[in-house]
Design a protein around this ligand. Structure first.
Ligand code: ATP
Ligand code: MG
Length: 269
């Protein structure tokens, strides 16, 4: 069975993060196998991206969401390492600025979706508007609760326009987060990664989990599926995400465009 199928959240079902073991490694036996899979997939992704770029008709949007220290930066660094920078763009969404807050929540997002031929990678996304905004009470429920429908409509619009959307939730345990935050404090080279404000979010772990559960359940569609990736083991996280990308881009069956000239008649001197 394809890993994408195994880890995809089925549209319409209940989502309980408690039911997903962040230590699990379904479909990949051990670290060695995971590392080999990653290396193979990185190479395959390079070929697939070449076709996507050449075909120049469709695009791919990859969304990463996770609790702090969940591994968004790490997965982007490892899985995307073979991509041609000319055909992809990573966008990290921080808390919105005043210009962005003066518009609807999707304005800043729509502006940067990948153009055709391109892969867009979102480090955080419009989902923050039903996660951080909800948990930190930055908007009332009457505002954020309407956003699930807005998000589904928006993602369907992108899909209808030829964008293949994949949404990854990197699932770590609370203990694993603690271990990673501790490492950041112990290593002076990682201090810059530590944000005391993250500790406030850590206290609200259960609220975030509930917000994620609702966001994943309500916005898991066949146009834009969610994948819950067990992410306590970095090797598994990297192997699984890369595998799902290879499977999905492979299914897109990108075609090289036919030349607009007769190749046999071209004479090179
Ligand atoms: P990370 O913590 O993922 O490594 P970072 O530390 O580089 O990223 P931060 O400066 O912490 O980035 O910015 C991300 C913060 O912005 C997070 O706390 C996130 O919840 C918040 N954020 C992102 N989008 C929104 C939004 N739409 N509304 C409110 N807060 C948001
Ligand atoms: Mg942060």
């Amino acid at each position: 069975m394809k890993l994408a199928h195994k880890l995809m959240v089925k549209p319409g079902g209940r989502v309980r993060l408690r039911d997903y073991d962040p230590d699990a490694t379904p479909g990949i036996d051990d670290k060695d196998q995971g590392k080999q899979a990653l290396a193979r997939n990185v190479e395959k992704l390079a070929h697939l991206q070449y076709r996507l770029y050449a075909e120049n008709r469709r695009s791919v949007l990859i969304i990463f969401q996770a609790m702090d220290a969940g591994g968004k930066d790490g997965v982007i660094r490892h899985v995307m390492s073979g991509l041609n920078p000319q055909g992809c763009r990573v966008i990290a969404f921080k808390a919105p600025n005043t210009e962005e807050l003066a518009r609807d929540f999707l304005w800043r997002i729509h502006h940067v979706v990948p153009r055709r031929g391109q892969i867009g990678i979102f480090n955080r996304s419009h989902y923050e508007d039903v996660l951080a905004v909800r948990v930190k009470k930055l908007a009332p429920k009457s505002v954020w609760s309407r956003r699930f429908d807005h998000i589904n409509d928006f993602e369907r619009l992108l899909a209808d326009n030829g964008t293949r959307i994949l949404k990854f939730f990197l699932h770590i345990s609370r203990d694993e987060q603690l271990a990673r935050l501790r490492k950041r404090l112990e290593d002076p080279r990682k201090h810059w990664k530590f944000d005391p404000a993250d500790l406030e979010d850590r206290k609200r772990w259960d609220d975030y989990a509930a917000a994620y559960e609702e966001a994943i359940r309500r916005c898991c569609t066949s146009d834009a599926p969610w994948y819950v990736i067990p992410a306590n083991h970095k090797w598994y996280r990297n192997a699984a995400v890369s595998q799902i990308l290879v499977e999905t881009l492979g299914e897109m069956r990108m075609k090289f465009p036919k030349p607009a000239f007769d190749v046999s008649k071209i004479v090179l001197e």
